[in-house]
Design a protein around this ligand. Structure first.
Ligand SMILES: [Zn+2]
Length: 128
């Protein structure tokens, strides 16, 4: 029987690490998310939430801009927001999109996470 030697380079997803941070996927003991959150720029990043309409089909999306987060952290935050809103969406180029109108909800969720976000209220246009 020729058994290929189990390579030393094989990655092992150890359960010994315990809980893994869902945001950075590092063991919780090594998680830097909170440190990063604490160190985030205060006056620098101005977070804005707005409601926008996509051209295609005129779908309404809630857009969050100005989050001073790297891609992974932005994606993780977007995931939490989408999950809380029960909606789909995207996170790219520093912009979060959540399908549907969730301005107040997103503002509240961001506030819970320590973000001071400004809601850009749409013009109160009433159809008809
Ligand atoms: Zn983390």
């Amino acid at each position: 029987m020729n058994r290929p030697s189990a390579g030393a380079t094989r990655l092992v997803y150890s359960t010994e690490l315990g809980r893994i941070c869902p945001d950075c996927r590092a063991p919780v003991a090594e998680c830097r998310c909170k440190a990063l959150a604490a160190a985030r720029p205060q006056g620098d990043g101005r977070v804005r939430i707005s409601r926008e309409t996509q051209r295609r089909g005129g779908k309404v999306v809630t857009v969050v801009r100005g989050l001073p987060l790297d891609e992974a952290a932005l994606a993780a935050l977007g995931k939490r927001l989408r999950s809380a809103c029960g909606a789909g969406g995207t996170a790219r180029d520093g912009v979060l999109e959540i399908q549907g109108e969730h301005l107040q909800r997103v503002a509240s969720l961001l506030a819970d996470e320590g973000w001071k976000a400004q809601v850009i209220a749409p013009m109160p246009g009433r159809s008809g």
